[in-house]
Design a protein around this ligand. Sequence first.
Ligand code: SF4
Length: 378
Amino acid sequence: MKVLLVEPDFPIPPKSKNHRDFLPIGLLKLARYHRYKGDEIKLVRGNQYFPKFSPNQIKITSLFTYWANYVWESVRFYKENYPNAKVIVGGIYASLMPEHCKKSGCDEVFIGVDERAERCKPAYDLVNVDYQIIHTSRGCLRRCKFCGTWKIEPKFTYKKSIKNEVCSNRIIFYDNNLLANPYIKDILTELINAKQNGRVVYSESQCGIDGRLLTPEVAKLLKQARFLNTRIAWDHGYSQRRMIKKQIDMLVDAGYPAKDIYVFMIYNYEQDYYEMLKKLRQCKRWGVQITDCRYRPLNQTFDNYNPRERQTNEDYYIHPKWTDRQIKLFRRKVRQQNIMIRHGFSFYSKELERWGAKRREEKIYKDINNRITGYITQ
Ligand code: SF4
């Protein structure tokens, strides 16, 4: 059998920290699974026609519901160009809105996680990346209203060890709630000792870590296991500030500089603009950065947000407690505050931002120079 695996042409923002390490991991696992079965596979991004490859099945992945249009475009393209192939759509949007997804014209909607593919190691040879992705768990113990995880993966399952999976010096964990794994301490200890090609392994968690599950011991293990870009979530009101401060303190005590800690915040949601401003100022006092996440409902099928234009609910989702202007203002304030924290400025100005970026560049050149000089003198 011939199988074409398709990642639609999603508009992944190139500078986004949240999406920087996005890989169609489900498709890579499916690729390995089909290879095991002896099938011929091809992985493609976007809509492309291959005159010499005539697939029997076309499997299209989906992501956020508000990127549904990109999935629909792919379904239309592949149905037109390969009328004899069976087109199946899976992934997040397909699982959250199967009825809507079926209207795209596909032949089948696959809901949830494909357990057969889940057992396979991703086919990394199909992509050019210097990292690997690991899930130590699926699902989540919690039931946050704004999150679709527990709807797509209702059962919380976890691994006791990942030792035999490590094959890169950089691991991105795709767990929804990494610390909820009851074996997290064992796994972190494995990472502390892990080596690839004689070098240690660095890790990151794609999602923020659940600070309510953080203990001083776990914070230390995270640091020793070389976890970078640690982010904790502050999902609710300003009244949670003491709890959040405790979590930040644990990370600082474990050795993370405050300016390298990020606090995840959902905005355009139940806390209004003024409450969110209080949270923003509190983070400034603590000297930590913010990762902001604009809320969209789980059944929103479009998002034409444009930061440079005045817009309405017809363009993108605006929560009843927010206005378009407040959303854009909040986003800008977060960005400016992050620059201040990162560079140690006491106020924000465009000139300082340019100067900070230049200084950073100079530092990088200086580091490279030092390293080269080091090699020459060795
Ligand atoms: S803790 Fe995170 S993954 Fe779990 S339900 Fe809440 S938002 Fe979703």
